[in-house]
Write a protein that binds this ligand. Structure first.
Ligand code: ADP
Ligand code: ASP
Ligand code: MG
Length: 436
């Protein structure tokens, strides 16, 4: 069975963890492995590039020193015979960082700097695999992962270029997650947390039977384990349920991960690299769980745009005009509710908010409010099953609810609350809807 394995930042976060990852790859027979940067790297690179943009050389220096120390320690603990090659890879990446912070060129520099985490981590790891006696081959992901002007991956190029490179049946291939080449020919990335998405696209490209996402927890939990007490792993999920939870904030998966695998019928397995014998979560074409409530996720940073207009009363074509404005600015809408004379929409990308509100202004009165959270509850929420909404609202007696989206599908309901109520809402839903 051909497998693509992806290891996140914690999984490759130290020399010890990298050794464990090598064992997992060998025992799973992972044909292609996609790696993130060592944990904390991308956050530090973001802070270095933003300091460089402000000319704050002290923060730049502190960030670079921190990373140099982290990677040097890892290399020294991990490598012997290939130590010099790893130190050369380190120098290459740090030369890029010094040059780009010194002659800062805006976004091009930001992206080049951000790419160094994955490039350096994968180079070190591949050398370690080779030193340990395995046939390991490094793939330079920007050569295989290209995106177009809409930032969509070129899956045909990915398939052809991976297949032409992966011609040694005995080798373990190691690629960087997250990074790509964009339509302008520059190094870019698939967005924060994007290594999961790299892995699913690459898994589909090589015709894998399974994509395994190895992380620091024993699978997808029924609620956010970072802020909710008493969550538990879910053993099986359908593609649609997992996609919905990832889209609505379950950080364990990048929101775009599931779709390519769903279309290709490739199952996705979430596993814990710190404890590989844990069962984890299998996401596949399975029939949905029979229990009433399956899982909850929350997405922060939501902005509501409300348009109140008497012109909407009994009118047709009004919605089209409203949606055209969002389309023009390539801004996706998540939730929508309507009354006779108002429509409320939520967005999470506020890059063009000013332009959008300016163009909506002729339609009526526009109100904008930020700092909201969408809470998505997945379960048996079809109209063949009564009492579910009552249980949800019963659990949320103390929480003011701003919007509700229900009935779009049979498996979920989405609620909007102001972010200050998020933790209370998630905990209360957990306590009332799940049995432990
Ligand atoms: P990686 O670096 O391996 O990509 P991430 O930090 O991106 O790991 O994702 C794993 C983390 O996601 C977990 O440590 C956990 O805290 C968090 N998380 C948030 N929601 C969930 C959920 N519903 N189930 C499991 N983990 C979740
Ligand atoms: N290293 C990148 C990030 O921290 C990509 C990833 O981890 O998936 O966002
Ligand atoms: Mg992640």
């Amino acid at each position: 069975m051909i497998k693509t394995l992806k290891f996140g930042g914690t999984s490759v976060g130290s020399a010890e963890n990298m050794r464990r990852v090598a064992q997992i790859i060998v025992s799973e027979g992972g044909r292609l492995t996609v790696l993130s940067a060592m944990s904390g790297t991308t956050d530090t690179l973001v802070s270095i590039s933003s300091a460089a943009s402000r000319g704050d050389s002290e923060t730049v220096r502190a960030g670079i020193d921190l990373l140099r120390e982290k990677y040097t320690t890892c290399i020294n603990l991990l490598l012997n015979s290939r130590l010099d090659e790893a130190l050369q890879a380190l120098e290459r990446s740090f030369t890029v960082l010094s040059n780009e912070t010194f002659t800062y060129r805006g976004e091009v520099s930001d992206r080049l700097m951000l790419a160094q985490g994955e490039l350096l981590t994968s180079a070190i790891f591949c050398l370690y695999m080779q030193e340990a006696g395995h046939r390991a081959v490094l793939i330079h992901s920007p050569e295989v992962m290209r995106t177009d002007y809409d930032h969509k991956p070129d899956t045909i190029h990915l398939k052809q270029s991976l297949q032409s490179r992966m011609n040694d049946p005995e080798a373990y291939y190691i690629a960087q997650g997250f990074i790509c080449t964009d339509a302008a020919g520059q190094i870019n990335n698939l967005g924060r947390g994007g290594s999961d998405y790299s892995a699913s696209l690459m898994g589909v490209a090589i015709g894998a039977a399974e994509v395994q996402i190895w992380t620091d927890i024993d699978g997808m939990h029924n609620n956010d384990p970072r802020i909710v007490d008493k969550t538990r792993p879910i053993r099986h999920m359908s593609f649609d349920e997992a996609a919905e939870l990832a889209y609505f904030g379950a950080k364990i998966l990048h929101p775009a991960t599931i779709q390519p695998c769903k279309e290709a019928g490739i199952s996705v397995r979430l596993k814990n690299s710190i404890s590989p014998s844990d069962e984890g979560t299998l996401i596949s074409d399975t029939k949905e769980d029979e229990s009433d409530f399956h899982a909850i996720a929350a997405k922060d940073g939501i902005t509501v745009v409300r348009i109140s207009s008497a012109r909407m009363l009994m009118a047709y074509g009004f919605m089209r005009k409203v949606f055209e404005v969002f389309e023009k600015y390539k801004t996706p809408v998540d939730m929508i509710t309507t009354s006779e004379v108002d429509v409320s929409l939520t967005i999470d990308n506020t890059r063009f908010l000013q332009e959008i509100t300016r163009e909506l202004a002729p339609f009526g009165t526009i109100e904008v409010s930020s700092n909201n959270t969408i809470i998505c509850i997945v379960g048996r929420l079809g109209d063949d099953h009564t009492g579910m909404a009552a249980r949800i609202f019963g659990a949320l007696k103390q929480v003011p609810i701003r919007m509700i989206s229900y009935g779009a599908n049979h498996r979920s309901i989405a609620l909007l609350v102001t972010t200050e109520y998020k933790v209370q809402a998630l905990q209360s839903l957990n306590d009332h809807l799940f049995e432990f």
